[in-house]
Ligand binder design. Structure first.
Ligand code: NAP
Length: 135
């Protein structure tokens, strides 16, 4: 489903409200970037906007994701492709963008909330989730 401008406004309002709550309760700086992670250009925008912030990413939480109930063969293709884009493509892109600085600093965490509960994203995992044929 492509979000409408009013649903994006609702998402943005919800995130802004949470940011205000965190600033007041925890006295921390909070930056909000709302994006549709099913859209590759939006994921690139997230990377750019985060990299422009005066912060170091110490903890990347790959929480965004969606699932599908029902038989794969009869489920709408669009839903399956959005799942791949959000659950796999965005996760791989964001981890690839922020992991190198963590490694260089010798400090950092990636928390991965994917639906399949498999091993964490990494070179082997990235390869295995993009294989087109079973081995
Ligand atoms: N619930 C379970 O049993 C279960 C089990 C294993 C793994 N997981 C995984 O754990 C994570 C959280 O699950 P949950 O149960 O909390 O699900 P949820 O309530 O549906 O949360 C999913 C989150 O992903 C975000 N999201 C979905 N599509 C997006 C998109 N195109 N762009 C940006 N954000 C998007 C949603 O944003 P909005 O709120 O703005 O829609 C929401 O914040 C997911 O990755 C899920 O696959 C869940």
């Amino acid at each position: 489903m492509v979000p409408t401008s009013s649903s994006w406004r609702a998402v943005r309002d919800r995130l802004d409200a949470l940011a205000r709550e965190l600033r007041e309760a925890r006295k921390v700086a909070v930056h909000v970037i709302a994006a549709d992670l099913a859209v590759p250009d939006e994921v690139e925008r997230v990377v750019r906007e985060v990299q422009a912030l005066p912060v170091e990413i110490e903890f990347l939480v790959n929480n965004a994701g969606l699932g599908n109930v029902g038989a794969f063969a009869t489920s709408p293709l669009e839903r399956q492709l959005v799942m791949v884009d959000v659950n796999v493509r965005a996760l791989v892109r964001l981890t690839h963008a922020f992991l190198p600085a963590m490694i260089a600093r010798g400090r950092g965490r990636v928390l991965d909330h994917r639906l399949d509960g498999g091993p964490p994203a990494g070179p082997v995992r990235a390869r295995s989730i993009t294989r087109a044929r079973p081995s």
